[in-house]
Design a protein around this ligand. Structure first.
Ligand code: PHB
Length: 389
């Protein structure tokens, strides 16, 4: 080959090299669809998730992976019957790139189905429906919160360790309640306990009186419960007012007392829960997050705020890996699956089914805080039953 041809070849290679980044330059804003409850018993939870997500975006100067973020919002009202229409507004009408949502497991399952069918990226910042990272798992679906099985199982471990033998469970009759109860039952029975009775009421009802009478009649060693948001506030107060708090210890997944302590007051004191977050995690990362959140929103963050914050961190991780080029979907999903986030809860890694593998804290309500008093289970991974990825 002559020198001239070599030089020409070198020029062509150089031109190609410079044209590659030009081709993969991030284009325009990234459209993020926030599908969260803005009304109903979970409204405060949706608000905390949105605050957390936006806090991380703001910390990055309004951009993730070099892409400016634009928001479109839908209030899903925690209503599964409206979920398919609501998620299709984001996918088909608004043409969003990513969906962040939601709180309610029944709504999340409809969202996962639509995301799987359309190929739209979905990051779930709360809803624990086991199927989302189980039978319905998909390469474009991620979760930064938990599966319902996880906190249920962790609470069952602690209840058995405390020596309780006979439990009554009480919850709303929908996926989150039944799956958390299932997780609790699995661990509690493994630890030598038995369940005397499973009590339920329809979501989002809060008429607990008849069920509390039944709890008293059963005389169990412990009660396991899942309620959240406004429903959790009323349940913990009613449990106390019925005189049960003095006779039967109340336990639950941490949602029972997270973001609710201000309203629950004395009724919540001493309640033991397990969760993947606690108020008193004494790390520079958690302290910085809590201070920033409190200054920005004039309120204290809770587990929902953390999960929203981490949803933004996970999206940022994927976008950064492809330098903002959202078209490189497979490379982005691959990076997100391998992500290790610096979460306020601690280091956050994901299973192959895209669900967090995380420590579960034992928490006790002291004053206005869910104080960590130990670890229930370290690096607990959901069994991801039915997931093929
Ligand atoms: C759920 O429906 O999956 C759910 C709702 C509220 C929580 C936790 C789980 O606090």
């Amino acid at each position: 080959m002559s020198l001239r041809i070599l030089a020409l070849a070198a020029c062509a290679a150089a031109a190609l090299a410079t044209s590659v980044p030009a081709l993969s330059q991030p284009a325009g804003k990234l459209k993020v669809g926030l599908m969260l409850p803005a009304t109903g018993t979970f409204a405060a939870l949706g608000n905390a998730i949105e605050n957390g997500f936006k806090l991380h975006v703001a910390e990055q100067g309004g951009k993730l992976g070099g892409r400016e973020i634009e928001y479109v919002k839908v209030d899903d009202e925690s209503d599964p019957s409206k979920a398919t229409d609501n998620v299709n507004k984001l996918i088909k009408r608004d043409n969003v790139d990513v969906i962040i949502g939601t709180v309610h497991s029944g709504v999340a399952m409809a969202m996962a189905k639509a995301a799987k069918e359309s190929g739209t990226m979905l990051i779930v910042p709360n809803a624990g429906a086991d199927a989302v990272t189980g039978a319905m798992c998909a390469k474009n679906i991620f979760r930064t919160s938990f599966s319902n099985w996880q906190p249920g199982y962790a609470t069952g471990v602690v209840a058995a360790q405390k020596g309780y033998k006979k439990a009554v469970t009480i919850t709303w009759n929908y996926a989150a309640g039944s799956e958390m109860v299932k997780g609790f039952t699995e661990a509690f029975e493994k630890g030598g306990g038995t369940i005397a009775k499973h009590l339920t009421l329809p979501f989002p009802n809060v008429e607990f009186q008849a069920l509390l009478t039944e709890v008293a009649a059963q005389k169990p060693d412990v009660v396991f419960s899942f309620f959240a948001g406004g429903g959790a506030v009323k349940f913990v107060k009613d449990y106390d007012a019925a005189g049960l708090k003095k006779t039967v210890p109340l336990m639950g997944t941490g949602f029972l007392t997270d973001g609710t302590l201000e309203a629950q007051g004395d009724s919540a004191q001493g309640v033991i829960t397990t969760l993947h977050y606690a108020d008193g995690i004494d790390t520079p990362r958690n302290t910085a997050f809590r201070n920033k959140y409190a200054v920005t929103y004039k309120s204290q963050p809770d587990v929902y705020a953390v999960q929203g914050y981490d949803a933004a961190q996970l999206l940022a991780w994927g976008l950064t890996a492809v330098k903002g080029d959202f078209a490189q979907k497979d490379a982005m999903y691959f990076a997100m699956n391998k992500a290790v986030l610096s979460s306020p809860r601690g280091k956050l890694a994901f299973s192959t089914a895209h669900n967090p593998v995380q420590d579960f804290y034992i928490r006790e309500v002291k004053g206005k805080e869910n104080v960590s008093v130990g670890i229930a289970v370290k690096a607990l991974a959901d069994p991801a039953r039915g997931c093929k990825l």
